[in-house]
Write a protein that binds this ligand. Structure first.
Ligand SMILES: NC(=O)C1=CN([C@@H]2O[C@H](COP(=O)(O)OP(=O)(O)OC[C@H]3O[C@@H](n4cnc5c(N)ncnc54)[C@H](O)[C@@H]3O)[C@@H](O)[C@H]2O)C=CC1
Ligand SMILES: Nc1nc(O)c(N)c(N[C@@H]2O[C@H](COP(=O)(O)O)[C@@H](O)[C@H]2O)n1
Length: 264
C-alpha cells in the first residue's frame, strides 16, 4: 500500500524538528512534482496534476509530518489549494494525521479572502494547536485594508516581516514561524519560491523531495530555471548558487520516480 511505502521511505529522516541552536530556524523540506521535461506547471500557470495516486499519498504523508506547509501567493491564487492531509490517515511516524498550518508568502497581500484554504477543515488530534492560516507579507508594502480583511473576514494571522528586494525576507519569515512554535515547514512551491529557497545564501533546505512524473509538457514553468534570478547578483555581488545534493535516494511510487536528497 502506498501509505506504508511512504512511511518506510520517510521514516529514516524523522523527526522533522527545529535545527539545534538557541536562535535556530525550523526544519525546511522543499518538495514539488515535475514533468519528465522539468516543468511544474503549463505556461498558463493553471493547476497541473502531475503526481499519480501513490506519490500523491507520499506528499500527504509528508504534509502530515510537518507543522506548517508554505506556498507562494501565485500558487495560492492560481491553484486555490486545500493544503490538507485528506489522502492519509497517519503521518510518516504512524501517528494520526494532522493537517499542517498553511503559510502563504505574499509580498503585497494579493491573497483573496475567498481562498479555499481559509475554509478547509483542519482538525487536529491534539485539539490545542492553532490551525489558522498564516499570511506573511512585507513591512511597508501591504495595504492595511487587505490585512484587516484577511484577519477579520478570512480568520488569517497576518505577519509583516522585512522585505528583501520586494519579496518576503526568507530568514525573517522562518524566524516568525519559529516564534509561533513551528518546528518544521514543508515548502510546496511554486517555481519562484523553489528558486528563491534553493539559492538563498541565508536559509538552508534540509530535505528535498521531488516527484518526477512520466509526463511530457513541452512548454511551461520550469521547476528551477524560471524561479532563479540567474542574471542578477545579490546585494553582496554573488550570483545564485544551487547546492549540490548528497545522500540521494530514488524510489518508484506507482508510475512516478521520487528523489529524496539533502542539499550539501
Ligand atoms: N507541480 C508542483 O509541485 C507545483 C506547481 N506549482 C505551480 O507553480 C505555479 C506558480 O509558481 P510561481 O508563479 O513561480 O509563483 P509562486 O507560487 O512561487 O509565488 C511567487 C510569489 O510569492 C510571493 N513571495 C513573497 N516572498 C517571496 C520570496 N521570498 N520568494 C519567492 N516568492 C515570494 C511573491 O508575491 C511572488 O510573486 C502555479 O502554476 C502552480 O500550479 C506550485 C506548487 C507546486
Ligand atoms: N505533489 C504535487 N503533485 C502535483 O501534481 C501537483 N500539482 C502539486 N501541486 C501542489 O499541491 C497543491 C494542491 O494541493 P491540494 O491538492 O489542493 O491540497 C498545489 O497548490 C501545489 O502546491 N503537488
Amino acid at each position: 500500500m502506498a501509505a506504508d511505502q511512504a512511511c518506510a521511505f520517510l521514516a529514516p529522516h524523522l523527526p522533522f524538528t527545529r535545527k539545534p541552536g538557541a536562535d535556530s530556524l525550523p526544519h525546511v523540506t522543499l518538495t514539488y512534482a515535475q514533468s519528465l521535461d522539468g516543468f511544474v506547471a503549463r505556461h498558463d500557470r493553471k493547476p497541473l496534476p502531475l503526481s499519480g495516486p501513490d506519490s500523491a499519498t507520499l506528499t500527504h504523508a509528508l504534509r502530515a509530518s510537518h507543522d506548517a506547509i508554505l506556498v507562494g501567493a501565485n500558487t495560492l491564487i492560481n491553484d486555490n489549494p486545500s493544503l490538507n492531509t485528506r489522502l492519509v490517515a497517519s503521518d510518516a511516524a504512524g501517528q494520526p494525521a494532522q493537517s499542517p498550518r498553511p503559510v502563504i508568502l505574499d509580498s503585497t497581500l494579493r491573497t483573496p479572502v475567498s481562498a479555499r484554504v481559509f475554509t478547509t477543515p483542519r482538525p487536529r488530534a491534539d485539539g490545542s494547536r492553532d490551525s489558522r492560516v498564516i499570511v506573511i507579507t512585507c513591512e511597508g508594502r501591504y495595504d492595511r485594508e487587505r490585512k484587516r480583511a484577511l484577519e477579520e473576514d478570512a480568520g488569517a494571522v497576518v505577519l509583516a516581516v522585512q522585505s528583501d528586494d520586494g519579496r518576503v525576507h526568507l530568514p525573517s519569515a522562518l524566524a516568525a514561524l519559529r516564534d509561533l512554535g513551528v518546528q518544521s515547514v514543508m515548502v510546496e512551491g511554486g517555481a519562484t519560491v523553489i528558486g528563491a529557497l534553493l539559492t538563498s545564501p541565508e536559509v538552508r533546505v534540509d530535505l528535498l523531495v521531488v516527484t518526477i512524473a512520466p509526463t511530457v509538457i513541452g512548454r511551461g514553468v520550469h521547476a528551477i530555471g524560471d524561479g532563479v534570478r540567474q542574471d542578477t547578483k545579490d546585494k553582496d555581488g554573488r550570483l545564485p548558487v544551487i547546492p549540490k545534493l548528497v545522500d540521494v535516494q530514488w524510489e518508484q511510487f506507482g508510475a512516478d520516480m521520487v528523489m529524496l536528497a539533502k542539499p550539501a
